[in-house]
Ligand binder design. Structure first.
Ligand SMILES: [Zn+2]
Ligand SMILES: [Zn+2]
Ligand SMILES: [Zn+2]
Length: 489
């Protein structure tokens, strides 16, 4: 592979470093998964070949488990599904996602050898399984999976030792990559990308990884491109520099990030941002009004209150009681805003939830106001080119457009577009959506400046057609894709 090499990263084990210079938005490498599977809970809602979410899917007539968009997807997925199909039929039921993934990987490696492509930088044998670091209860779950795997694995397939099977379960436990739907908005499955596993974590990384579903509309199976990940440079990377991605969301405090990393990936983060607790103060800070800061006690009290309210809101959201969510949220914001800094992470979460629910309920002015506050908070916390910041700016852009605030809306859409060109690239479906929004809002803005009356009547017509709706059901914080790798439950 050109541009990168494996090296011994001090204190981290194996890592990847650049052998040439990269710039923001450069694709450092792309990789297809060795295999990926959809989550148990999504088996009937997404295509097992291209992982698109679809309303109508066709079921595999043999196993009745696999679902596909159409014949093209079914044919494209057959090589991977063939043995699985027979095994599910013989087993009489469908094993869970971990067992299915390990089996698919095994079948593939048995057929093609330990390296399935020249681009693959490492074999799976060389990857860490961290079995020795696993706590007792996790090991117990793992043993249940292994037991089920042995029942499920056909006798006519090549037989493997328990150690080999356990190793693979350990590898996918800490390296299974979260696969999202085609728009990158929902986690729908898990896959293994071996070269990506070599990229170490940093809380303030120089790369990002994005899943691109490629061209799925091609009718010919040959051109029906596989999903693949892209490792993209977030800024200038010099020759010899280690390549890093963030495994957990930077929005968390350093202590929380370290706890999460230890729990899932079994290491202690010693990055500069953790060592110096960078930005922890503003993420938990008080609001200064006319040179006067609230006391530590006041900040703590408001923080605790927000935290409690966030829990209540999530419960109400789960019940689908969105008016209750708004009520709790409004009360919490009223109490917290005068005390907490506009970078306080709980306050930002309140704004985020408020804007999402109000957009869903079509209170567009509220949705616009709170999404703007959220973006302004993110801007002070996240690095300049951060996918989460880009997506938030996109949301805010749509909310402002819907509220008729075309100038701010257009500005937000442009901001989002600039970020996503780096983090997602020009070919990603979301970037393409943004490009369209950018052109539309630009045209509207021009109209608005020329003739406000004409603009408003045109906008009313446009709103009726709703070309830019993003009225997804509001998600809970947990549903958002914040973890790069999938945590086994
Ligand atoms: Zn499909
Ligand atoms: Zn089948
Ligand atoms: Zn760190």
């Amino acid at each position: 592979m050109e541009g990168v090499e494996i090296f011994d990263s001090p204190g981290k084990g194996r890592g990847l470093r650049a052998t040439k210079e990269f710039w923001a938005g450069d694709v450092i490498f792309t990789e297809q998964s060795i295999s990926s599977v959809c989550f148990d809970g999504h088996a009937e809602r997404i295509c097992h070949s291209c992982f698109r979410r679809q309303d109508k899917l066709q079921r595999c007539g043999q196993c009745k488990f696999a679902h596909y968009c159409d014949r093209t997807c079914q044919r494209a997925g057959w090589a991977e599904h063939k043995q699985e199909c027979g095994a599910i039929k013989a087993y009489g039921k469908t094993p869970n996602e971990s067992v299915r993934l390990v089996a698919r990987i095994m079948w593939r490696l048995d057929k093609e050898g330990s390296k399935v492509s020249d681009m693959q930088l490492t074999t799976l044998d060389e990857l860490e399984d961290h079995l020795a670091d696993m706590p007792e209860d996790e090991l117990k779950d793992l043993k249940v999976d292994i037991h089920n795997f042995l029942d499920y694995w056909p006798r006519k397939s090549k037989q493997h030792t328990i150690d080999d099977v356990s190793h693979l379960f350990g590898v996918i436990n800490c390296n299974g990559f979260t696969v999202s739907d085609q728009r990158g908005l929902q986690a729908v499955g898990v896959g293994l990308f071996p070269s990506l596993c070599l990229v170490n974590h940093d809380c303030w990384p120089n790369c990002t990884v994005i899943l691109n579903h490629g061209n799925q509309s091609a009718v010919n199976t040959l051109f029906h491109s596989q999903q693949r990940i892209e490792l993209r440079a977030l800024g200038k990377i010099t020759e010899g520099e280690e390549l890093t991605v963030a495994y957990v969301d930077y929005l968390n405090l350093s202590k929380e990030r370290q706890r999460m990393l230890k729990l899932q990936y079994y290491f202690d983060c010693t990055c500069d941002h953790c060592k110096n607790r960078t930005k922890d103060d503003i993420k938990m800070g008080g609001r200064e009004v006319d040179g006067v800061k609230p006391t530590e006690e006041q900040v703590k009290e408001a923080s605790d209150f927000c935290f409690e309210m966030l829990g209540k809101m999530d419960a109400a959201r789960l019940k689908g009681d969105y008016h209750e969510v708004v009520k709790i949220c409004r009360e919490a914001i009223k109490k917290a805003e005068p005390v907490l800094a506009d970078t306080h992470i709980y306050l930002i979460r309140l704004w985020s939830m408020m804007s999402e629910v109000q957009a869903y309920l079509q209170y567009n002015d509220d949705a616009a106001e709170y999404s703007r506050k959220m973006v302004e908070g993110y801007l002070k916390i996240y690095p300049q080119n951060h996918a989460g910041l880009g997506m938030a700016a996109m949301r805010a852009g749509v909310n402002h457009w819907q509220a008729g605030e075309i100038e701010i809306g257009h500005g937000m859409v442009c901001k989002a577009y600039a970020i996503l060109m780096v983090t997602h690239g020009p070919l990603h479906p979301i970037t393409k959506d943004l490009e369209e929004m950018r052109m539309q809002t630009e045209m509207e803005l021009r109209m608005f400046k020329e003739n406000e009356f004409v603009y408003h009547s045109m906008r009313e017509a446009a709103l009726k057609n709703r070309p830019m709706t993003m009225l997804n059901e509001p998600k809970s914080v947990e549903d958002n894709i914040k973890n790069l790798f999938h945590r086994r439950k």
